[in-house]
Design a protein around this ligand. Sequence first.
Ligand code: G3P
Length: 218
Amino acid sequence: MKFFIDTANLQQIKEAQDMGILDGVTTNPSLMAKEGITGHDNIIQHYIDICNIVDGDVSAEVIATDFEGIVKEGEALANLHEQIVVKVPMIREGVKAIKYFSDKGIKTNCTLVFSVGQALLAAKAGATYVSPFIGRLDDISSDGLSLITDIRQVYDNYDFDTQILAASIRHTMHVIDCARIGADVMTGPLSSIEGLLKHPLTDSGLEKFLADYRKTNS
Ligand code: G3P
């Protein structure tokens, strides 16, 4: 299972990278805005900065919603750095653009996916990644995790190569449940990754080991 961090915060990206477990980064226009990254040139530079911190794939989202616009923006983003994956929304023009990028060998992440049907279309178009948003489904009392289960089954039925990138992860149990189901990738905040470290028996056990060592070695 690949671990991506879902942020445009360079400090948090560095922290995850320093742990040695980071496989990539996903961003979106809201995450860029949250970090105060505005204006075309600053946004482009920020993508390059992220690519220089991590080794893996970095999703950069297009703003255009028409085919020609998505292709123009996506090609420019893909030319920035070999790690860039063009993030395209699940709309009619987006599906068409994903097919275009796929034929040209440009990696894509189909975003804003909320149904199995949408995930099927993304795979048919040749998306590298599909991003079902599980937290946002949970937010409206729909079961986000069952969407991951259903997409897994459909993709396995037909051996689709598209990787399931569980997105809109909100907490550590989402990460564990996605691993159980067999999502290929999860993207979440740093806190969802750090939560995996925690167990009170680890803390109390380590405290006792160190206390016993100090008692017998002072
Ligand atoms: O990867 C998608 C993600 O950025 C959306 O997360 O928490 O805004 O639903 P959230």
